[in-house]
Design a protein around this ligand. Structure first.
Ligand code: NIG
Ligand code: FE
Length: 417
């Protein structure tokens, strides 16, 4: 069926990216006029945007308002439209509850200290290993629904809380089985998230490369690999070995780097040609420029330092000045339990002083460029996928200006039209 959306006050189409993969970086991020247009109606058919035209033209073409039933008419009067959000870094599936860590944080313990006491990732791993696939699926579907309501239409889902072969495969298989429920999923194997207690680094590394990786590849349930590359977790050498083997097997590389200290992770990401290196709050300028020249995106995850009570990555505004490639994501995980891209946008705008449309590019077109997605994901273009959000606000800037509330009035994913 044909769908037409008429009356929108403005549409942030973000179709003027000029970098690799049509990204929007550098000063272009600040050019609101290039990315937002008033008086634009949208015609959608079979999940794709067929045509943009002025509201008057579209209404005339479809005989609106008198048209009865041969078209699905959506009246977006007084609302702005933005692309569907792309959350390119989540730890979607795990069981358990780590609310008890808040008291530890308030008593002054750091993330590292909490983890060294056997809490943190290890505690989520035990709860997850005990969860059947049916339970994980139910948990996952509930989370997808929450993300979808807040405008996420594409979501990367990492494994990583299984630690043993069976549970890692269960996590990836369960995530794969959840396709087509209002969001598009991208699957990442994060076997190298932590070490099982008592294991030795070398043995664990061999297990990941010789047992988990081949099983993941054989089952075809992931397209990317990720490693928690951080002093105290996975070293540069181990990360490199796991990533090189994974690349040989056809996975692309996404990394957790330099989250707490500058451990050289972003430089390694540049050498490996990673699609994205995330967190990266403590990376050196040299590494940032190296990443830029290698076409490696930096995914900032301000929700995580926010829940730690740490400073947010103020380097983001320099990324705009320097033209470095960056994006934003939630990092949804048991320690940072937000699936709200609008909340992350609020952190970037209200705390890091990033203009709303620049932050919008960071959660749509730029995030999409790190994933293997269909044409148009992350922006609104003729012939592209029709994933979009109709907002409660008349300005597209409003997408991130309602902290604690949901700015999305209606979210459309191409599978639904
Ligand atoms: O990206 N830092 C590594 N992994 C997750 C957190 C894991 C956890 O605390 O459960 C992250 O923040
Ligand atoms: Fe993460």
């Amino acid at each position: 069926m044909d769908t037409v959306i008429v009356g929108a006050s403005e549409v942030a189409h973000l179709s003027n990216g000029d970098g690799p993969n049509n990204r929007i970086d550098g000063q272009l991020m600040l050019d609101r006029e290039a990315h937002v247009t008033a008086d634009l109606a949208i015609h959608i058919k079979d999940g794709k945007i067929i045509k943009f035209s002025s509201n008057d033209e579209m209404k005339q073409e479809w005989g609106i308002p008198s048209n009865s039933n041969e078209v699905n008419i959506i009246d977006a009067s007084g609302c702005a439209i933005v692309p569907g959000f792309v959350d390119a870094h989540t730890h979607l599936l795990w069981d358990g509850d780590r609310s008890n860590e808040m008291a530890m944080k308030l008593s002054g313990m750091s993330y590292r200290e909490i983890s060294e006491k056997g809490f943190g990732i290890a505690s989520t791993v035990s709860a997850t290993q005990n969860a059947a696939a049916s339970r994980l699926r139910k948990i996952g579907m509930d989370r997808i629904e929450r993300a979808r309501k807040m405008g996420t239409t594409t979501l990367e889902a990492k494994s990583g809380y299984g630690l043993d072969l069976d549970t890692e495969l269960r996590l990836l298989e369960t995530a794969s089985s959840m396709e087509g429920n209002g969001v598009t999923l991208h699957h990442t194997w994060l076997g190298a998230h932590a070490y099982p207690s008592g294991s030795n680094e070398n043995e664990w590394n061999r297990h990941l490369i010789d047992e988990q990786l081949p099983a993941v590849i054989e089952q075809g349930i992931a397209t990317s690999v990720d490693v928690f590359c951080e002093p105290g977790w996975f070293s540069i050498e181990t990360t490199e070995e796991i990533c090189l083997s994974s690349k040989k097997s056809g996975l692309d590389v996404r990394l957790h780097v330099d989250e707490f200290v500058d451990g050289g992770g972003l430089s390694l990401a540049a050498e490996l040609g990673a699609s994205t290196a995330d967190h990266a709050g403590y990376s050196s300028d040299d590494a940032r420029s190296k990443a830029h020249h290698s076409g490696v995106n930096t995914g900032f995850l301000p929700g995580t330092p926010y829940v730690h009570g740490d400073p947010l990555p103020s380097i983001v505004s320099r990324c705009i000045d320097e033209g470095w490639m960056w994006s934003l994501a939630t990092d949804f995980n048991p320690n940072c339990r937000t699936l709200s891209i609008p909340f992350v946008g609020s952190l970037a705008v209200h705390r890091l002083r990033i203009p709303p449309i620049a932050a919008l590019a960071a959660v749509t077109i730029n995030a999409a460029s790190t994933l293997n997605v269909k044409k148009g994901v992350g922006r609104l273009v003729e012939g592209g996928i029709a994933d979009l959000n109709i907002l409660h606000t008349s300005s597209a800037d409003g997408w991130c200006l309602m902290p604690g509330d949901n700015p999305v009035k209606m979210s459309i994913h191409h599978s639904s039209c």
